[in-house]
Ligand binder design. Sequence first.
Ligand code: SAM
Length: 180
Amino acid sequence: MPIAKARAQAGGPSYVNRDIRDYRPESSAFDVAIIMSQSFGYFDPTTNRDVLGRLAAGLREGGRIILDLWSPEFFAAHQDEREFKVPSGVVREAKRVEGDRLFVHLDYPDGGQEQFEWQLFSPAQIISMAESVGLTRLLACTDFDKTTFPSPINPRVQFLFERSGASRATSAICDYRVSR
Ligand SMILES: C[S@@+](CC[C@H](N)C(=O)[O-])C[C@H]1O[C@@H](n2cnc3c(N)ncnc32)[C@H](O)[C@@H]1O
């Protein structure tokens, strides 16, 4: 069990092993949420928005969330099959895009198979969804480098959002007054 091993080795952190659809973090409990490797978007659009809304509600005001997502532009241009070597043999991967969803089929060396699918988000779509749950976009980049802009030749895009709140609204009003 990877979680049991992590618990035994790492000590400090508290690990929660839950279906994300059932996970309701305590309100305002966290400074940061990080979703790596497109571990977001598995469900229908309404459920995906609900998941993001609950993660946002778990952030304190001014808390931040990083979404590391697949780029729809990249995968639209790479609906292909490829093989990659693993210690036990060769894994075959086939990818296709239908509408705003990416479908991936994997054939493993032992004859096993897996299929995954995700909702893909254009920058405008994810920003709109994030804003609808009270998040404000701070930046979008790739390679986890804020100076590297997303590009169609890179499969990953990172979005950084901040949970909007009263304190931010106050500071925005202050800025406005100062600048007049
Ligand atoms: C592409 S992997 C990425 C894992 C990890 N985020 C990383 O970057 O290494 C996607 C992960 O999402 C998890 N996952 C899929 N459906 C889930 C669900 N309903 N609730 C929680 N996790 C889920 C899978 O178990 C898998 O570990």
